[in-house]
Design a protein around this ligand. Structure first.
Ligand code: ADP
Ligand code: ZN
Length: 723
């Protein structure tokens, strides 16, 4: 009998799994994590199945070792293959998302933390960096090295230096807090009749396992979270793990607090702000089934759950679920696939469901559970337009007299107001009044945004920063550069002049340092330590502010300007969410929207509160144009530093484009963002009827064109961005 062979998938962008010999002493099963050689290196991978047999035994290398980690389940492996196939990505690139931290696969190591010693400083030079570290550790528990460096704003060498000087010493930390089981027996709040009906329907689904998609469709403040908590409790009671995907995990302090008060413990959180150590511990806890409930951003979908029994996608319409680089995927859509493979329910929750989901409800594929009323009888806000066409204002003023008056009235009543503008910084454009030159980013085809607080210009695409020049870079005129248009900083300036005594808070991703700071601002708003909140979409989501009774939308037309496929839908969702911040408690809310196009369908629907009519019109226009979800789109983004190579590749792909059977390819022009981070970009857009399987088409298409090494072709199935 010959030696046993298996195929092993490595977390690398290779075409597929490779065959390896199994040393006789290793008993391997599919799903086992192993160490295997590739070229001169050793990689960690997963036994994927039987060997392909394509490579002669004599040329095969042997697996080095099996790792002491629970195997990747069959469902999880099929999920990796499915996502790879659907997104036209190498399976290893998808596996890499599932493995995430290779350190998690290594034997458990003790975690070291550092504390101060009693050693006198002696002749040591106390540099400011050292002083910060010593001050940080003056009291409180020992902390890990990385955390000390981060909190004190120093390099780890400073910490190591202090250890060498015996000012700090290492101690072994007890194993990290175990992920205690959430107490699902603990009763939740008394549900309203609508909530109870929805919760009962979800509990029934969990009682008999099987795949089902439920859309929890309820107005903002109707208590959807409490309803899906009941589904989580039911999953836990069945001995299953549950996953909740949230779009903006950084803002979920309020969500976490609610989970804790419902279940007595915090869930395991998974997001980009975790440290390496936290990742390692959480990944392990999920793999070992210790972590029972995970809440996370889209990447949490790829964690190695052995017993997943429920996925909840909260704010399912949110664009943040689309991952735009690396493996390009939509976490909501992939969550549904994961649930189908795992044969368990998935709950999509939103006050403004995506058109895709509503169409699926219509066709009977998804079940809809509605919550039509706000919790505890709170009323929905009234929404009015301020028609800006008839209003004359100086070019440096952005708040119209009616909006100013409404803010003043609100403050006079001792209530809170919010101004919403989805633009960070001070001004989106800086223009020379002498020659008309606009300050733009040299790396991207976009304007630089002035951030006056930080004293600089910034590119919102590549992050480039510069000082605001004193002279126009084009004509040299001095003192001629003028800020055009408003960002939230500029609104704050206008508001400060109007209401000098009012307490202002600006909320935008760049003015807020991190989750802790965001939570603190949210708390201060909730506790009425703030009178006026000025913010970007960061303020739109999820918060309950009981004293907030006025929401002013400064530019309701902003999101419509780009005009892509989903511009109207996105604008509707965003403005509806923002409006939903007003009047969440017993005080009724009022929303004023400044607009130059009050007759526009989106604005009219918001004012009339007629979502159904808007959705119906959108659905019809998409259906007529054969656009998603009635047709399929695939974008190819061709990019590189060498503009000629990019154009040549785009042209070749254009020539070889598939045609016929209703398939067409549009584009071949430079992308709207024709330069991004120094890379030139072209786009092609393939459009196909719904019944066409686009992946084989795209693969065959790409196979016909030799792409130079300097050019990258990214495949975006179901694109949401058209830039
Ligand atoms: P949604 O997610 O639908 O916008 P939430 O779940 O955030 O609504 O609920 C809105 C507010 O009402 C929250 O403050 C929540 O704690 C409260 N709430 C919802 N349902 C109940 C209930 N059954 N009992 C007590 N409070 C509730
Ligand atoms: Zn840039």
């Amino acid at each position: 009998m010959g030696q046993r062979r298996v195929s092993v998938l490595l977390p690398l962008p290779l075409a597929g799994a490779y065959d390896y010999l199994v040393p006789p002493e290793l008993a391997l099963e599919p799903g086992d994590f192993v160490a295997a050689p590739l070229g001169p290196n050793e990689f960690l991978g997963v036994v994927w199945g039987e060997a392909s047999g394509e490579v002669p035994v004599a040329r095969l290398k042997a697996i080095i070792d099996r790792l002491d980690v629970p195997p990747l389940s069959q469902v999880q492996r099929r999920f990796v293959d499915w996502v790879a196939q659907y997104t036209v990505s190498p399976p290893g690139a998808v596996l890499r998302m599932a493995m995430s931290v290779s350190a998690a696969l290594e034997p458990k190591r003790p975690i070291l933390a550092y504390r101060r010693t009693d050693e006198p400083p002696g002749t040591m030079t106390v540099t400011p960096a050292r002083r910060r570290v010593l001050a940080l550790l003056a009291d409180g528990p020992p902390r890990p090295m990385g955390e000390i460096a981060r909190e004190a704003g120093v390099g780890t060498s400073v910490v190591k230096g202090l250890v060498a000087l015996h000012q700090l010493e290492a101690v072994e930390l007890p194993p990290p807090p175990s992920f205690r089981e959430p107490d699902w027996r603990h009763p939740g709040p008394t549900l309203s009749a609508d909530q109870e009906a929805a919760a009962t329907a979800l509990r029934l689904l969990l009682d008999r396992p099987g795949f089902a998609v439920t859309l929890l469709d309820g107005v903002t403040g109707s208590g959807k979270t409490e309803v899906y908590f009941e589904a989580i409790a039911a999953a836990l009671a069945q001995g299953k793990q549950a996953l909740v995907l949230l779009p903006e995990i950084a803002l979920s302090a309020e969500w976490l607090a609610r989970f804790e008060s419902r279940f007595g413990v915090a869930p395991a959180a998974w997001h980009s702000d975790l440290t390496q150590a936290e990742r390692r511990v959480t990944w392990r806890a999920v793999a070992e089934g210790v972590a029972r409930v995970v809440v996370g951003a889209r990447s949490a979908l790829f964690l190695p759950y052995p017993e997943l029994g429920l996925i909840v996608v909260d704010e399912e319409h949110d664009g943040a679920f689309k991952q735009e680089d690396g493996v390009i995927y939509h976490a909501r859509d992939m969550a549904i696939v994961r649930a189908q493979l795992g044969q368990h329910p998935v709950v999509l929750s939103s006050a403004t469901p995506s058109l895709e989901s509503l169409v699926n409800v219509e066709s009977g594929r998804y079940r809809r559970l509605g919550l039509p009323d706000r919790h505890a009888g709170a009323s929905l806000p009234t929404i009015e337009a301020i028609d800006m066409r008839g209003i004359r204002m100086p070019a440096t003023q952005f708040l119209s007299p009616p909006l100013r008056q409404a803010v003043a009235d609100t403050l006079a009543q001792g209530e809170q107001a919010m101004l919403f503008l989805n633009r960070r910084g001070y001004a989106p454009l800086t223009l020379c009044r002498t020659c008309g030159h606009r300050l733009n980013c040299p790396n991207c085809s976009t304007w630089l945004v002035e951030h006056r607080l930080a004293g600089r210009l910034q590119c919102h695409h590549c992050g480039r920063m510069e000082r605001l020049p004193l002279q126009c870079p084009a004509c040299g005129a001095e003192g001629s550069l003028a800020a055009c248009g408003p960002g939230v900083e500029r609104l704050a300036e206008e508001m400060r002049a109007l209401a000098p005594a009012a307490r202002l808070a600006v909320m935008a991703s760049d003015t807020i340092g991190g989750p802790a700071e965001a939570a603190e601002i949210v708390r201060s708003i909730r506790e009425h330590e703030v009178d006026i909140v000025i913010g970007t979409q960061m303020v739109a989501k999820g918060h309950n502010f009981p004293m907030l009774t006025l929401v002013g939308v400064v530019d309701a037309d902003l999101g419509l300007a780009g005009g892509d496929l989903r511009a109207s839908e996105r604008t509707y969702q965003l403005l509806h969410q923002v409006a939903g911040r007003a009047g969440r408690a017993e005080r009724p809310g009022r929303v004023l929207m400044q607009t130059y196009q009050p007759g526009e369908a989106v604005i009219a629907a918001l004012i009339a509160g007629d979502r159904d009519r808007f959705i119906e019109a959108e659905t019809q226009s998409r259906e007529a144009a054969c656009m998603p979800p009635f047709g399929r789109l695939v974008a190819l983004i061709i990019s590189g530093h060498d503009v000629d190579a990019v154009i040549r590749t785009a042209r070749l792909l254009g020539q070889k484009a598939p045609r016929g059977d209703g398939v067409s390819v549009l584009g071949q022009a430079p992308a709207p963002l024709s330069l991004l981070r120094g890379r030139h970009r072209h786009r092609l857009l393939l459009k196909a009827p719904r019944n066409v399987r686009v992946q084989p088409l795209v693969q065959a298409w790409l196979a016909q064109v030799k792409v130079p090494g300097s050019v990258r072709v990214a495949v975006d199935i179901d694109p949401y961005s058209f830039m």
